[in-house]
Design a protein around this ligand. Structure first.
Ligand code: ZN
Length: 282
C-alpha cells in the first residue's frame, strides 16, 4: 500500500513530522517528535480492519478456556468497587466474571452481536454516564483505536472520583518484540494501529490528563501466541467432532489459578503485555 503524500499526525503528541514505514512497504510511521510508532493507514482503513462480525463470536468461543476465566477472576479480585464498565467487552466473558462476583456491569462495544445481552452494552462512549463507575476496564482494545488519547480521556471521565481505570495493551518493548520489532509490527498493521512501549504509555497518560498512574509489564513471552494457536487447533477439532459443550462453561481449578499467576509474574521484566492502572483523584 502506498503512503499518502502527507503522513498522518502522531496520535500521541500530534507531531506532523514522521518517518515513512520502517521498511517502506507497510504503512508504519515513526514520530520524529516523540518516537511513537503507529499505523500510517487512514482511520477508515483501521476501522475496516477491526470490524468484528458474527464470526468473531465463534473465534472467542474457540480460544477462551478455563485459563481465561481464571485470569479474569483474578483481575476482578484486584479492584475495589461494585460497578464496572468494560470498554470493548466483546462476548462479555470478563463482565460475566464481574457478575459472578456480585458487581453491576455494563459494556461498550460497536459490534451489534455484542449488544444482545442481559446487561447494558453501549455502542460508543458518548452514551455512557459520566463520573459514575467504580472501575473502567479496557483490555486489549487501545492498540486497535486510531485516537487512543481521546479514549483514555473518555474512560477517565466515566469513572467516579477515587475510581480506577485499568487498561492493557501488547508491549512492543518486550523481549519478543525487541528481537524482531519490524516483523512483529508489519504482521499486525493496520489491525493494530498503536505500538506502545512503556515510554509511550507514560506520554499517553500525561496527554490524557491522568494525574496518578502506574505502568507494569506482565505475561510470559510468547505464551499467549502459542496458547492461542493451540486453542484454535483444538477448537477446530472440537467443532468437527461436535463436542463443543464442554467449552461453553469452562471452570477453573487451582492449577488454572496457579498457571495464571505464574504467567503474569513471568513477564515482570519486558513481558508480552503492559498494564496501565490509573486512579481518578477525589
Ligand atoms: Zn509523537
Amino acid at each position: 500500500m502506498a503512503l499518502t503524500e502527507e503522513l498522518k499526525r502522531c496520535p500521541l503528541c500530534g507531531g506532523a513530522s514522521g518517518r515513512e514505514g520502517l521498511n517502506g512497504k507497510v504503512p508504519l510511521v515513526k514520530c520524529h517528535g516523540c518516537g511513537f510508532v503507529y499505523a500510517g493507514s487512514s482511520d477508515r482503513e483501521i476501522e475496516a480492519a477491526n470490524r468484528c462480525g458474527e464470526e468473531t463470536k465463534d473465534l472467542y468461543r474457540q480460544i477462551q478456556s478455563a485459563f481465561d476465566v481464571a485470569w479474569f477472576d483474578w483481575l476482578v479480585s484486584r479492584f475495589p468497587g461494585t460497578t464496572v464498565l468494560d470498554i470493548g467487552c466483546g462476548n462479555g466473558l470478563l463482565l460475566r466474571r464481574y457478575q459472578a462476583a456480585g458487581w453491576t456491569v455494563a459494556g461498550v462495544d460497536p459490534a451489534p452481536w455484542a449488544q444482545t445481552t442481559d446487561y447494558p452494552v453501549f455502542a460508543d462512549m458518548s452514551q455512557t454516564p459520566r463520573d459514575y463507575y467504580d472501575v473502567v476496564t479496557c483490555t486489549s482494545a487501545l492498540e486497535h483505536l486510531p485516537e487512543p488519547v481521546a479514549m483514555v480521556k473518555l474512560a477517565l471521565g466515566a469513572v467516579r472520583p477515587g475510581g480506577v481505570v485499568y487498561m492493557s495493551v501488547p508491549n512492543y518493548d518486550s523481549w519478543a518484540a525487541r528481537r524482531r520489532p519490524e516483523r512483529m509490527r508489519e504482521q499486525e498493521v493496520p489491525h493494530h494501529c498503536n505500538f506502545f512501549t512503556p515510554r509511550d504509555l507514560r506520554r499517553l497518560c500525561r496527554c490524557a490528563g491522568a494525574s496518578s498512574f502506574r505502568i507494569r509489564s506482565y505475561g510470559l513471552p510468547l505464551a499467549w501466541d502459542v496458547w492461542r494457536k493451540h486453542r484454535l487447533k483444538a477448537g477446530k477439532r472440537a467443532a468437527s467432532s461436535c463436542i463443543r459443550t464442554q467449552q461453553q462453561s469452562p471452570r477453573p481449578g487451582w492449577k488454572h489459578r496457579l498457571v495464571v499467576k505464574a504467567y503474569y509474574w513471568a513477564g515482570f521484566w519486558r513481558g508480552d503485555k503492559l498494564e496501565l492502572y490509573m486512579t481518578q483523584p477525589f
